[in-house]
Every structure is written in structure tokens, then in C-alpha cells.
Design a protein around this ligand. Structure first.
Ligand code: GAR
Length: 207
């Protein structure tokens, strides 16, 4: 049974999708063990508490640099015997050393079809604003492993979502979450916990 830690910073709808999937028995061979927020006011913390999952808060500003933040995080996660880290709207960039230590054990969900609208500065609503500005007709979500390159790790799952003519960043964000993120993330987590994801040459094959 893989112990899963979910790292959050905000609303936590992706965390909720994981909690609901677990309740339906869809996270095979894995268990949500711990939720850590970079923001003490994140609603995600309430969702975790309601589901009976232990929580903690680590604020980036309480550490001198990203290295020290990463070291504190690493310590907490290893002490609990965590086997998979899920970034679910976690808005703090992790240092290279942390990503290296947890290579192929960190999964992130991003609200676009990578390599479009991703990398430094593309997070949350900004991603959808950029997609609408560009006028793309299709966007979506990507679940990928986290590497030292922001949004650059091996892609696990992707799903396309249509853009409607009258979309705002908010309506588009909602549709991408409901039709793609909340479906892909639990699926990827379950595949990981079952040992079905294999990474070679920066590409993922699913057994
Ligand atoms: C989600 O759309 C997630 O994909 C995005 O932030 C939102 C968090 O929502 N993450 C990124 O943009 C990371 N680059 P949530 O707190 O309701 O899950």
C-alpha cells in the first residue's frame, strides 16, 4: 500500500477528487495519508480534515530559501513513509535537490495540454487567460511527473477540453477541472500505486 501525500495551496478541488475517488475504492493499492499546505488559509485543509486526513502547514516565507523549505518538507514526508507526492494546486516551486530526491515519485496536475501554456508563471487562472488570449479552440489538462524543469517532466495522462465561444477564464477553469483534471488525477495516482507507470527516456508507458 503506497502512502500518498497531497501538497496544496488553495481551494483543493483536486484533493477532493482524490478523496472522493478513494471513497469509491478507485485508488487501488494507495492511501491518502497526509495533506500539506503552503498556505494556512487554504480551503483544502478543511476538505482534508473533513475526510479525516492529517494535515500540516509549511509556509515558504518561514524559511530562508527554497533549499531549506525543501529540506523541511523532505523530512516530514520521509518520517511518515510517504511513497508518492501529489501536487494538487501547490503553488510553491520546489528546489532541484528535492525534485531529484523524489524523482519519479512526484505527480503534478497542470490545467493545459503541455507543452502549451506551461512553465514559469503559468499557474491557476493565468493558464486559462493565456489560452483564451491565444484563441486556441481546444485546451485540457496534463498529469505528469515532476522534474527539475517546471512543467517539463514525463507526461502520464492528458485529456482535451473544448473551448466555448463565450468562455471566461473562470468558466474555462471550471470545465477543465470537471472534465479533465478531476478524472485524470485519481486515475494517474491509482496507476502509480499499482506500479503500472514506467518511465524511460523521459517518456511514460502504462503497463
Ligand atoms: C488547478 O487547476 C491546477 O491544475 C492548477 O491550480 C488549480 C488548483 O485548484 N495548478 C497549476 O496551475 C500548477 N501549475 P484546486 O486547489 O481546486 O485543486
Amino acid at each position: 500500500m503506497t502512502k500518498i501525500a497531497v501538497l496544496v495551496s488553495g481551494g483543493g478541488t483536486n484533493l477532493q477528487a482524490l478523496i472522493d475517488a478513494q471513497a469509491r475504492g478507485e485508488i487501488k493499492d494507495g492511501k491518502l495519508d497526509f495533506v500539506l499546505s503552503s498556505n494556512p488559509d487554504a480551503y483544502a485543509l478543511e476538505r482534508a480534515a473533513k475526510a479525516g486526513i492529517e494535515t500540516d502547514v509549511l509556509r515558504r516565507r518561514d524559511f530562508a530559501d527554497a533549499e531549506q523549505y525543501g529540506a523541511a518538507l523532505h523530512e516530514k514526508l520521509t518520517a511518515r513513509g510517504i511513497g508518492l507526492i501529489v501536487l494538487a494546486g501547490f503553488m510553491t516551486v520546489l528546489p532541484d535537490s528535492f525534485c531529484h530526491k523524489w524523482q519519479n515519485q512526484i505527480i503534478n496536475v497542470h490545467p493545459s495540454l503541455i507543452p502549451s501554456f506551461c512553465g514559469e508563471g503559468f499557474y491557476g487562472l493565468r493558464v486559462h487567460e493565456a489560452a483564451l488570449r491565444k484563441g486556441v479552440k481546444v485546451t485540457g489538462a496534463t498529469v505528469h511527473f515532476v522534474s527539475e524543469v517546471v512543467d517539463g517532466g514525463a507526461i502520464i495522462l492528458q485529456k482535451a477540453v473544448e473551448i466555448e465561444p463565450d468562455d471566461t477564464p473562470e468558466t474555462l477553469q471550471k470545465r477543465v477541472m470537471a472534465q479533465a483534471e478531476h478524472i485524470l488525477l485519481p486515475r494517474a495516482v491509482s496507476l502509480f500505486c499499482q506500479g503500472k507507470l514506467h518511465v524511460q527516456d523521459d517518456r511514460v508507458t502504462i503497463e
